[in-house]
Write a protein that binds this ligand. Sequence first.
Ligand code: PGA
Ligand code: ZN
Length: 399
Amino acid sequence: INLLTTILKLFLNYLLFKLKSDLYLQDGSFGRAAVPSGASTGSKEALELRDHDSRYKGKGVLKAVANVNQIVAQEVVGKSYQTQAEFDAFAKAIAASANKELFESCGNKIKKLPRPMMNIINGGVHADNALDMQEFMIVPVKYKSFAEALRMGTEIFHTLKSIMNKKHLSTSIGDEGGFAPQIGSTDECLKLILNAISEAGYKPGEEVAIALDVAASEFYKDEKYIMSGESKVLNSQEMCSFYEDLITRYPIISIEDPMSEFDYEGWKLITQKLGNKIQIVGDDIFVTNPAILEKGIKDGIANAILIKPNQIGTLSETLDTIYLAQKNNYNTIISHRSGETEDTTIAHLAVAVNSGQIKTGSLSRTDRVCKYNELLRIEEKLDAAKGTIGYITSFLAVR
Ligand code: PGA
Ligand code: ZN
């Protein structure tokens, strides 16, 4: 590792929604990362540099490619680095050089598989339906291994498909691979999920719970929450009561972005009212930013944080935010984005920092399934290291 010199070849390939870069070290080690993109972004996220010209409907990234090949390359090519903290983009190459995987080479000492939150019905800006809320997730709460939790999710997802088929609901999918039926009612959606959990042979609440990502910033206007699918216009207090009613009727253990990022008082209110009953997750409100999280902790906002590395822009800052959250007993959920790639870095990150939870979509679409498959491989490797390997990994296929 001492002699590592970045030779550099940073290749940035442009894809319509994502940016990918490759980095080579002098010893031949290699790291590659691709960055996803969101549809329901927080206003304080790191800049996503696009060309805004005629190519790719303005989404091209030639400016970013030029920045890396000219400005960044000049800074780093030929220099020596020892650790990822010295040069962030180095993380994967340095792991490869040490003959390790990313989850082994960075993060905490304790490495554990995260609990998956699987998004099986998509709404909001992730689907062309009338559902106000963006994500309806199932969360196994009783299971022996990550592989088993994943099997439970897959069985429920496919049971849901049969139920929807019988009801003549469309089983086409949304951005994160969950179904996107033409319904607008939150209740109808939650009932479908409850039925799927039971019909698949699991006990709702006891074995499998429900989590929501409301992404409420998307329908907040003039200090009101305009829920058109629900035919309701609510203020912050009424939103709180709406959630309170939902959690008494359904086994909901977690709600993400229940309030808009522009409704700070609403966030305080919901944390006071429901923070001791369920997990309240800040995504758009914190944007993985340690300074914003620090203020949120002081102000009593939420009790968990969604972690999306590209919201803050570097791995080092992402780790700072995770450690700050963990130190203050905030739960951490490592997350994908709605516009994903085949990159599986977040699977490694979740295990590396022992995040406890991961949110990486449904049990369909290769851009989601690849993260789950990587976690199966990691679990197998950790079990093998402990000498407890007891099952053969069966990889998830797209269908
Ligand atoms: P985004 O959605 O990637 O479109 O921002 C994911 C989320 O809100 O959690
Ligand atoms: Zn979110």
